[in-house]
Structures are given as structure tokens and as C-alpha cells.
Write a protein that binds this ligand. Structure first.
Ligand SMILES: [Zn+2]
Ligand SMILES: [Zn+2]
Ligand SMILES: [Zn+2]
Length: 343
């Protein structure tokens, strides 16, 4: 049954989670096809250099080193998502339906093409390319923060098919939503509560503790630590945390940005040295858009601290984890950090 129109955001009244319902419902048969869909091959990839006209609308690009060679005309490109769940046009249309709350699915869905080359990840292309990718993340975050309708921008990467990756070209994605997603909201609320009790940032405290204990640290650089969190949800889960306190990723200074590109490349290379076919997701947790909430949330700048989380995808989530939210960790974070340190 297909109906057309705007996608809808619905709030679960029991747990407070927002979900997006697509206006064009997929019939059951499409789900089987979805599972057997092969990743796009190199010769049919419209994200590759030279096929820009076939891809969706370009939002920005980082210039490359040549004006004529198609593979060096740009180094990163941002385009609109092919199947956007959130659309840029329109107002929020917040409304109730009986006891339920809903609104229009206003927001942004973008694809960040990390390289003009198909078969290589930016961490293998040298530090300069990784820096350009991180600069692209920063520029998009800073731009979308200006839209007063949007509350949150999440930048994330799906690598490998079990992680949900549809393209084999190296890309990251970005989704801006008019609501703060539940997983982020839980972190923000807990950080705010910790701050109001202790008058210290919980992430700064975690960092001091991890540096003191040392056994969960993988690498320490000038501006960051990479470590396996004390209560990781997944084996080999790794976080990168900036040493100096800052709530928003897009405020990163140029020297911090270079160091961030370096530590992220190093961690990804270490993970792949242990697990050559690794599937993973990573995402940046940063403050919600500060523009609309300037005088609403006084302590946000002090109580939240941006970071990147990498989730390797080895295990399928079982009924116990879905039902309880309690994760089982077959390798301890201390051992995981040791393996990653030594590889
Ligand atoms: Zn490609
Ligand atoms: Zn902090
Ligand atoms: Zn987080």
C-alpha cells in the first residue's frame, strides 16, 4: 500500500523515543530484496569521480589538486541523500493525534563522499585526505547549526555490510533532525545531572580516571585519548575523547583537527590489523544545536563534551539484549585495549 506525502515523526509515549515513518510503505516482498541487495560495484558506482552529473544535488565540495584530471578535481564532496527520510523544505507542523504526538519529518540527509577513489578508505590515503574529511564534517555541522528548525546533527559512518553500508564507495553520512534522538538525550541528561551534582564534566572525569588507570587506553596523542570504555556495549568498542573540554565538535581548532584525523586513522588501522574484514559504525556525539537554545540550557557548554564512538559489529544483538538493554561482553575492555595497543 503506497501513500505519498511527507514522512512523519512519531513519539513513543512509553519511552519517549522518536521514530520516522516513511510515507511510501514498503510491501513485504521488498524486505527480501533488501537483504539480498549486493553492494554497488566499482564500474556502476555513481559516487566515483567523473559521474558527478548522475548523482544527486551537490551541497559542497573540497577542491582537489587538478582542474582537468576528473579524479583530482575534488577531494571530498557532499551530496543530498538519494532516499531522504528527512526533507529540508517545510515547517515542523507539530500536532497531536489522540494521545500521540507527531510532526513532519523536516531535516537534512547528506552523503559525505570521502574520496574520489572507489576502493580505498581515507585512512589509507594519507593524513591529508583524512584531514579533509574531518574538515568536511566540521563545515557541514557548523552550517546546519544555523537552521533554527533543526535540533541535532549526527555524523556517522557505516563500514561493511553488517553495519548497514549500502555503497562500497567510502562515504560517511549526516542526518539532521528536528528532535534530539533518544540515545543522545540520555547522554545529555546524565551529563547534566552529574554536573549539577558535582560541578564537573563527567567526560573530563572519565578522561582523568582512564589516564590514571591506563589499562583501557589504546593511544594517547597531544589532544586526544582513544580508549575502550569501562562498560562497553560491544567487544572492542573504542571512544576518542578530546583532552580539552568542549561541548561541540564544530568548534575544533585547526591543530586539534589535524591531531583528530591522525588518531582516528590510527585507531581504524589498529582495528583492521586485528580484524581484516571488520564491519563497524562510528559516530560523533556533539552538543545539540545551540542557536535556538541559548538561554534555555545554561550548563550545556560546561556539562557536555563531544566525542567519537566506534562500534565494531561482530555479534548479532540477541533477544536478551533487545528485551533487557543489558549487553554481554565476551572480551573485557581491559583486554580489548591491550590487544589494540600491542597490534
Ligand atoms: Zn565509487
Ligand atoms: Zn569535559
Ligand atoms: Zn556518546
Amino acid at each position: 500500500m503506497k501513500k505519498t506525502g511527507l514522512n512523519e515523526l512519531r513519539k513513543d509515549p512509553l519511552v519517549g523515543r522518536w521514530i520516522a515513518v516513511l510515507s511510501e510503505s514498503l510491501p513485504p516482498s521488498e524486505y527480501c530484496q533488501e537483504n539480498s541487495r549486493e553492494p554497488v560495484r566499482e564500474d556502476s558506482c555513481i559516487l566515483c569521480a567523473g559521474r558527478e552529473a548522475e548523482a544527486s544535488q551537490e551541497i559542497m565540495r573540497t577542491p582537489g589538486t587538478s582542474l582537468t584530471d576528473p579524479s583530482r578535481k575534488w577531494s571530498t564532496r557532499v551530496i543530498a541523500n538519494f532516499d531522504p527520510v528527512f526533507t529540508v523544505e517545510g515547517d515542523l507542523g507539530r500536532r497531536g493525534e489522540g494521545m500521540y504526538d507527531k510532526m513532519n519529518s523536516v531535516g537534512a540527509n547528506e552523503i559525505i563522499i570521502e574520496s574520489p577513489y572507489h576502493a580505498i578508505e581515507p585512512e589509507d590515503m594519507g593524513l591529508d585526505q583524512m584531514i579533509r574529511v574531518i574538515q568536511t564534517y566540521r563545515d557541514r555541522m557548523a552550517d546546519l547549526e544555523k537552521d533554527f528548525r533543526l535540533r541535532y546533527t549526527l555524523i556517522y559512518k557505516n563500514h561493511g555490510r553488517p553495519s548497514g553500508a549500502l555503497f562500497s564507495h567510502p562515504i560517511s553520512q549526516l542526518t539532521s533532525t528536528p528532535v534530539i534522538p533518544k540515545r543522545v538525550k540520555e547522554e545529555l541528561d546524565n551529563a547534566k545531572q552529574y554536573f549539577s551534582y558535582k560541578e564537573r564534566c563527567i567526560f573530563c572525569d572519565i578522561m582523568r580516571e582512564e589516564l590514571r588507570i591506563e589499562k583501557r587506553i589504546i593511544i594517547e596523542s597531544r589532544h586526544y585519548i582513544a580508549f575502550c570504555p569501562y562498560a562497553s556495549k560491544f567487544p572492542f568498542e573504542t571512544w576518542i575523547l578530546p583532552k580539552s573540554h568542549n561541548c561541540a565538535f564544530q568548534d575544533i581548532r585547526p591543530d586539534e583537527l589535524e591531531d583528530f584525523a591522525l588518531i582516528l586513522s590510527s585507531v581504524l588501522k589498529k582495528l583492521r590489523a586485528l580484524f581484516p574484514d571488520l564491519s563497524y559504525n562510528y559516530f560523533i556525539h556533539s552538543a545539540p544545536n545551540r542557536v535556538t537554545r541559548k538561554d534555555h540550557w545554561h550548563s550545556l557548554g560546561e556539562d557536555y563534551h563531544w566525542h567519537l564512538e566506534i562500534m565494531p559489529r561482530f555479534l548479532r544483538t540477541t533477544g536478551f539484549e533487545w528485551g533487557s538493554g543489558l549487553y554481554i561482553l565476551p572480551t573485557s575492555p581491559e583486554d580489548a585495549a591491550k590487544y589494540l595497543r600491542e597490534v
